[in-house]
Design a binder for this molecule. Structure first.
Ligand SMILES: N[C@@H](CCC(=O)N[C@@H](CS)C(=O)NCC(=O)O)C(=O)O
Length: 231
């Protein structure tokens, strides 16, 4: 039986999934999808997933898109430890709450900053107006405030005393901001919250570093060191 994961490790959702699968020693084959070469629009890929997005999972004949759906599937299919996605109604609902919220908040705003600070100016060579960037940073700051004051509060993890899928998703979204910001600019209350989250994910440590290294190597290593300093 082969479980295929179609991923691009530059995507935060793909990295969360990759780390989660590696952490639980789930046997899978990673099929890299080069978004810059529009491989997700190729005939072969669209036949597998008409959504034309990564990540995609294929477990025998069962194909699934959407990062959250895939993570929840892996939790159930491989019976991963309960704390990742608790069985009890409240614990599970808290993880669901974060996973539903993050799409249009943390993930969206982190991604926007990545595009405006890095992808558009450096890869596509277009100027991003200062006001647009300011607007994106304000949105991100609002999301980070909510992450800290509504979700994290004084708990060790976003949804309780133990790490859950919510933390893994949040971590990788914050990594996108770190990449965009550049290590020299890291600072402020939002990123301190990020640093705390990062440190608390120590159980995922070796996999996070390895996941980041192929595409992000140097900047990520520096960023992780700096994040650790904010704890
Ligand atoms: N809601 C989807 C979003 C997937 C998504 O937007 N993936 C991006 C990479 S982060 C992608 O494939 N982008 C290619 C495109 O939109 O053309 C999920 O969580 O899986």
């Amino acid at each position: 039986m082969v479980l295929n994961l179609y991923l691009n490790l530059f995507s935060s959702s793909c990295r969360s999934l990759y780390i989660f699968a590696k952490l639980h020693v789930i046997s899978f084959e990673m099929i890299p999808v080069d978004l810059m070469k529009a491989e997700h629009h190729s005939k072969e890929f669209v036949q597998i997933s008409p959504l034309k997005k990564v990540p995609v999972m294929k477990d025998e004949d069962f194909v699934l898109g959407e990062s959250v759906a895939i993570m929840l599937y892996l939790c159930r299919r491989f019976k991963t430890p309960d704390h990742w996605y608790p069985d009890d109604a409240e614990g599970c609902a808290l993880v669901d709450e974060y996973l539903a919220w993050q799409h249009l908040n943390m993930k969206k705003h982190c991604k926007k900053v990545l595009w405006m600070k890095m992808m558009i100016p450096h890869f596509f060579k277009h100027h991003v107006p200062h006001e647009k960037l300011e607007e994106a940073m304000t949105e991100l700051s609002h999301s980070l405030d909510l992450l800290k004051n509504k979700f994290l509060k004084d708990k060790p993890f976003l949804t309780g005393d133990r790490i859950s899928l919510a933390d893994l998703m949040a971590l990788e979204d914050m990594v996108q901001v770190g990449i965009a910001e550049g290590w020299a600019e890291l600072g402020g209350p939002g990123m301190r919250a990020g640093g705390r989250e990062k440190a608390r994910l120590s159980s995922a440590g070796p996999f996070t570093t390895r996941t980041h290294s192929p595409s992000l190597s140097f900047s990520i290593c520096k960023m992780l060191v700096l994040l650790a300093l904010y704890v």
